[in-house]
Ligand binder design. Sequence first.
Ligand SMILES: Nc1ncnc2c1ncn2[C@@H]1O[C@H](COP(=O)(O)OP(=O)(O)O)[C@@H](O)[C@H]1O
Ligand SMILES: [Mg+2]
Length: 242
Amino acid sequence: MDKVILVTSGKGGTGKTMFSVNLGATLADMGRRVLLIDMDLGMRNMDLYLGMENRVVFNIMDVMTGVCRLNKAILRVHGFESLYFMAASPRRGDIRLTGKNMIALCEILEKYFDHIIIDTGAGMGELLDACAAPAGTAVIVTEPEIAALRDADTVNARLNELGVMDTCMVINRVDLELVRAGVLMDVESIIDSTMTPVIGIIQEDRAIRISTSRGTPIAGEGENEGLRREFRTIAGRILPAE
Ligand SMILES: Nc1ncnc2c1ncn2[C@@H]1O[C@H](COP(=O)(O)OP(=O)(O)O)[C@@H](O)[C@H]1O
Ligand SMILES: [Mg+2]
């Protein structure tokens, strides 16, 4: 499914949710109808990064178990005309979600949205397999350190096994001072060392921590033009050629 973008990582805490939220906000700013789905079941925090925590009543598990209709679990994100959001359940869930479940869900959602961005937890397992089933594209978010990069390549191989061949990588939290000091790998060496195409570099930036803490995506109003430009570049590379 071309409209479904999976966001994942090997190592934890690399910036998947931050990336999902800002990619979604950027695409929405470009006039697309975007749905963000938080699939980090049990460890959700996309609602916080979007400033929507007080608005969530129903979540994806409520939809899957028939507690509510799909439209009740989809909220429009404050401050954006065409950015929507579906929360994860605070617990891991009463039922096991399968690839078939996720494909059936995305088949309906594709009628209403131009892009469906699925944010996952870190690592591999049944839930990643289920989330990968409808995905046409996967973005692996990594940090520029050897452990994270190795895990990213492992996840990439798993995604290929699952049939997601259009995979790419975003290198997040690039700290130029640490690169200069020889602590972190420089971007060129990373690109040379990985098989996965790199579609974006995001610097370590306090503005990102501030934005996730405040619940206001970078792509919205305000300063941070440099970060916004980087997200627009990444969004352009993800969009299918038209
Ligand atoms: N490029 C960055 N610069 C500074 N802080 C970042 C950056 N990327 C992510 N963070 C911070 O790191 C924390 C974890 O990010 P998050 O997106 O929740 O990771 P994940 O979803 O992979 O667990 C958040 O507090 C976020 O603000
Ligand atoms: Mg997350």
